[in-house]
Write a protein that binds this ligand. Structure first.
Ligand code: FAD
Length: 227
C-alpha cells in the first residue's frame, strides 16, 4: 500500500496522461471497485492478451471471482499468473466545441496482482455469499445454503491487489473560452446505471411482494439518476 495517499506505488501504475487525474489512495480505489457491478479481468496466455467481463467482490486487499472449472481466465488466476482487473464507471458524456475536446466523465480503477484458487469448502461458501451480497445486498439471507455439489462445481479464485491506481475525470470540456466562435451547444450529459421496475417470474404465488432489498436498488438507481 502507498505510504502517501497521492503517490503511485510504482512507475507502472503511475497515470502518465493527465497525471492530475491519477488517484492512488486505497480507500478511493476500493470505493470505485466496490461500486462496480462488473470488472474486466485480463490475463496473457501464450503471448495473447484476453480480457473478459466478470463479476467480482473485494474483501480487504483481495478480489474474488467465481465460475466454471473450465474457465481459461479462472484457471490462469488459480495457477498464479499475473492479471489486471479494471473497473469503469461512466458518469457523463462531455460535448465540446471541437471533436478533439470531446470526452467522457468517469471513475476507473486498475488493479495488478496475482493470486490462487480458494479450495476450502467454508471459504468458498463465504466468498460466494459475498459475491451475491456485492450485487444484491440482503439477498443471501433469503437463500438456502448452497449444496456440496454446487460448491464443487464452482471454481473460486482470488487476486491480491498488489498495486492499484484510479483515474477520475469530472467536469466540463477543456474548451478555451468561446470568444467569437460560432454558437454550438456544449456541455455534459450525465449518465448513470439505473434499475428498472422489478419483473416478477410468472410462476410466483399471487401477493408475494418484491423484497425490500430489490425495491431499494430500484429506488437508489432512480435517485442516483436524478442527482
Ligand atoms: C470511460 C473511459 C473512456 C476513455 N476513453 C479514452 C479514449 O478514447 N482515448 C484515450 O486515449 N484514453 C481514454 N481513456 C483513458 C484511458 O483509460 C487511459 O488512461 C489513457 O488512454 C492513457 O493510456 P496509457 O496506456 O498511456 O496509460 P498510462 O498513463 O501509461 O498508464 C500507466 C498506469 O496508469 C494507470 N492508469 C492509466 N489509465 C487508467 C485508468 N483509466 N484508470 C485507472 N488507472 C489508469 C494504470 O495503473 C496504468 O498501468 C478513457 C477512460 C475511461 C474510463
Amino acid at each position: 500500500m502507498s505510504a502517501t495517499p497521492h503517490a503511485p506505488e510504482s512507475a507502472r501504475i503511475a497515470v502518465r496522461r493527465h497525471p492530475e487525474r491519477g488517484v492512488y489512495d486505497r480507500a478511493a480505489v476500493h470505493g470505485i471497485i466496490d461500486e462496480a457491478l462488473i470488472c474486466h479481468l485480463g490475463i496473457v496466455q501464450d503471448g495473447q492478451p484476453f480480457v473478459m467481463p466478470i463479476i467480482h467482490v473485494r474483501m480487504e486487499e483481495r478480489l474474488y471471482f467465481h465460475g466454471s472449472h473450465a474457465s481459461r481466465l479462472l484457471r490462469a488466476i488459480a495457477a498464479g499468473q499475473p492479471a489486471c482487473a479494471t473497473f469503469t464507471h461512466l458518469d457523463g458524456l462531455v460535448l465540446a466545441r471541437t471533436g478533439f475536446n470531446h470526452s467522457m466523465n468517469y471513475r476507473s480503477a486498475v488493479a495488478l496482482g496475482s493470486g490462487g484458487e480458494v479450495i476450502e469448502f467454508e471459504e468458498k461458501v463465504r466468498v460466494l455469499d459475498a459475491l451475491i451480497e456485492h450485487v444484491v445486498p440482503g439477498r443471501v439471507a433469503d437463500l438456502p445454503k448452497p449444496t456440496k455439489s454446487e460448491i464443487d462445481a464452482t471454481m473460486v479464485v482470488w487476486l491480491a491487489i498488489e498495486e492499484a491506481s484510479a483515474k477520475v475525470r469530472q467536469g466540463p470540456s477543456l474548451d478555451p473560452p468561446p470568444g467569437n466562435a460560432a454558437p454550438i451547444w456544449t456541455g455534459v450529459l450525465p449518465l448513470a446505471v439505473v434499475a428498472g421496475a422489478a419483473e416478477p417470474d410468472a410462476h410466483l404465488p399471487q401477493g408475494l411482494a418484491v423484497p425490500h432489498y430489490v425495491a431499494r436498488i430500484h429506488d437508489l438507481g432512480i435517485r442516483r439518476c436524478r442527482r
